[in-house]
Design a protein around this ligand. Structure first.
Ligand SMILES: Cc1cc2nc3c(=O)[nH]c(=O)nc-3n(C[C@H](O)[C@H](O)[C@H](O)COP(=O)(O)OP(=O)(O)OC[C@H]3O[C@@H](n4cnc5c(N)ncnc54)[C@H](O)[C@@H]3O)c2cc1C
Length: 361
C-alpha cells in the first residue's frame, strides 16, 4: 500500500492516479461496522485535495469549477464514501472561508487546509429535509452575547469526528442564522449514526442541541432570510452531486467493459452506456465552464438515471455471483440509491419518480 503522495496540482496529475488507486484498494474495508475512512482522508489531505476548493488568499489552490469536476469524477469513481465526506467537509470549509467573520476564518480555515482538523455541515433542515413540518427542526434565539440552539439537525456527516459543525437554524421571526459550532460545546450531542444502505462509513446521523449556548463570535452569517443563499460558499446540491453520481456510473460501466471483452452480447449495452456517460461528463464540464445549455437540475436527473441503470446493468452482467455481498457490484447498486435521496431537489425527485412509474414527465 502506498503511504505518501505528492501534491496534486491539476486533474491530470499522475499523483491523482496514485491516490485513486490507493482509495480504490481500500474501499471494501469501509463496509466493516463502525468504519471511518481516517487514513483515506489523511492521504487526501497530504495530497492537497482539500486545497482544490479554497481561494489562494486563504492558502488553497482555487481550482476552477471544471477542474474540480474532473477531480471529483476521479475520486468518486475510486471511493464514493470518502469523496462524499470530502464534499461535506468542503461545504463547511467554503462557508468558513467566505464568512465576513475574520476570527472564525483565521481559526478554522488554516487547520482545515492542513488536514489535521475536520468540519462538516448540518444544513439540510433549511433546504431539503423536514421542510413540510410546521415547526423548524432547529430553533435559534438571539442573546446579546450568544445564540441559543434548541432542537436537532437530522443529517450530519462525520459529526463525531468534527471539530466544527456548520449549522443553520431558524429564529422565531423566520430569519435564519449560520454558525460554526464547536462539536465539544456543552449541549451539543452527537447521536449514534444511522446504518445506511450505502456510504455507512460516512458516519452520518442526527445532532441534537439542548439549549446550547453558542457565543456570537461563532456566527458566520445572518440573521437574514434564506441564509443559505446569502454570501458565497454555497454550492450544495449543484453540479457536485451529479458529478459523484457520474463518477460511480463510470466504475460500473468500466466493469461492464471489462466483462464485455469476453462476452460479445454486452457490446451494445457497453457502447450505449459509455456514450451516455461521455455526453453527461461533457455537459457537466460545459455547465461548470458557464457555457452549457443544460440546467443543474437536468444534469442531476440524467446523472441519477444513468448511475441507477449502469450499476444495475453491472449487477445483471455479474449474475448470481454479483449478488454475493463480497462482490463490488452490489455495493455500487446500493451506493447508486443514495443519489435518489441526497440533496435531491423536488424537480429531480419528481422526474425520477416519473421515470420509475413509466410516465413521460
Ligand atoms: C447518507 C446521507 C448523508 C447526508 N449528509 C448530510 C450532511 O452531511 N449535511 C446535511 O446538511 N444534510 C445531509 N443529508 C441530508 C440530505 O441532503 C437530504 O436533506 C435528506 O436526504 C432529505 O431526507 P429526509 O428524510 O430528511 O426528508 P424529509 O422531507 O424530511 O422526509 C422525511 C419523511 O417525511 C415524509 N414527508 C416528506 N415530504 C412530505 C410532505 N410534503 N408531506 C408530508 N410528509 C412528507 C416522508 O414520510 C419522509 O420519509 C444526508 C442525507 C443522507 C441520506
Amino acid at each position: 500500500m502506498m503511504t505518501s503522495h505528492s501534491r496534486i496540482r491539476h486533474p491530470d496529475d499522475p499523483a491523482l492516479t496514485e491516490l485513486c488507486d490507493e482509495l480504490s484498494e481500500l474501499t471494501p474495508s469501509l463496509e466493516a461496522d463502525d468504519a471511518w475512512p481516517a487514513h483515506q482522508l489523511q492521504q487526501c489531505g497530504r495530497s492537497g485535495v482539500f486545497e482544490w476548493f479554497v481561494d489562494t488568499q486563504w492558502g488553497g489552490q482555487a481550482w476552477n469549477e471544471a477542474d474540480v469536476i474532473r477531480g471529483y469524477l476521479r475520486l468518486s469513481a475510486a471511493c464514493l464514501t470518502t469523496t462524499f465526506i470530502i464534499t461535506q467537509r468542503t461545504a463547511a470549509c467554503r462557508r468558513l472561508a467566505s464568512t465576513d467573520n475574520a476570527w472564525v476564518r483565521d481559526t478554522c480555515v488554516p487547520a482545515l487546509l492542513r488536514g489535521d482538523h475536520f468540519a462538516t455541515v448540518g444544513i439540510s433542515h433549511l433546504t431539503t429535509s423536514r421542510r413540510h413540518l410546521a415547526r423548524p427542526a432547529l430553533a435559534a434565539t438571539l442573546r446579546d452575547d450568544a445564540v441559543i440552539l434548541d432542537g436537532f439537525s437530522p443529517w450530519v456527516t462525520g459529526a463525531a469526528y468534527a471539530n466544527w459543525i456548520v449549522i443553520g437554524a431558524t429564529l422565531q421571526d423566520d430569519r435564519q442564522v449560520l454558525l460554526a459550532v464547536p462539536r465539544d460545546l456543552p449541549g451539543v450531542v452527537v447521536l449514534p449514526p444511522w446504518r445506511l444502505l450505502g456510504v455507512s462509513a460516512s458516519q452520518t446521523g442526527p445532532v441534537t442541541f439542548e439549549q446550547a449556548v453558542v457565543p456570537r463570535k461563532w456566527l458566520l452569517a445572518g440573521p437574514t432570510d434564506n441564509v443559505m443563499q446569502a454570501g458565497a460558499g454555497g454550492t450544495s446540491g449543484g453540479l457536485q452531486t451529479s458529478t459523484l453520481a457520474t463518477g460511480l456510473a463510470d466504475t460500473a460501466i468500466t466493469y461492464l467493459e471489462l466483462e464485455g471483452r469476453q462476452r460479445p452480447e454486452l457490446e451494445r449495452v457497453c457502447q450505449s452506456l459509455r456514450s451516455q456517460w461521455t455526453r453527461l461528463r461533457d455537459d457537466l464540464l460545459e455547465a461548470a465552464g458557464g457555457t452549457g445549455a443544460c440546467s443543474a437540475e437536468q444534469l442531476r436527473t440524467r446523472a441519477n438515471s444513468l448511475v441507477l441503470r449502469a450499476t444495475q446493468s453491472a449487477l445483471a452482467a455479474a449474475k448470481g455471483t454479483g449478488y454475493v455481498v463480497s462482490h463490488p457490484v452490489g455495493r455500487w447498486c446500493r451506493e447508486a440509491l443514495f443519489f435518489l435521496v441526497w440533496s435531491c431537489p423536488q424537480g429531480v425527485l419528481q422526474a425520477g419518480l416519473c421515470e420509475l412509474a413509466g410516465l413521460s414527465g
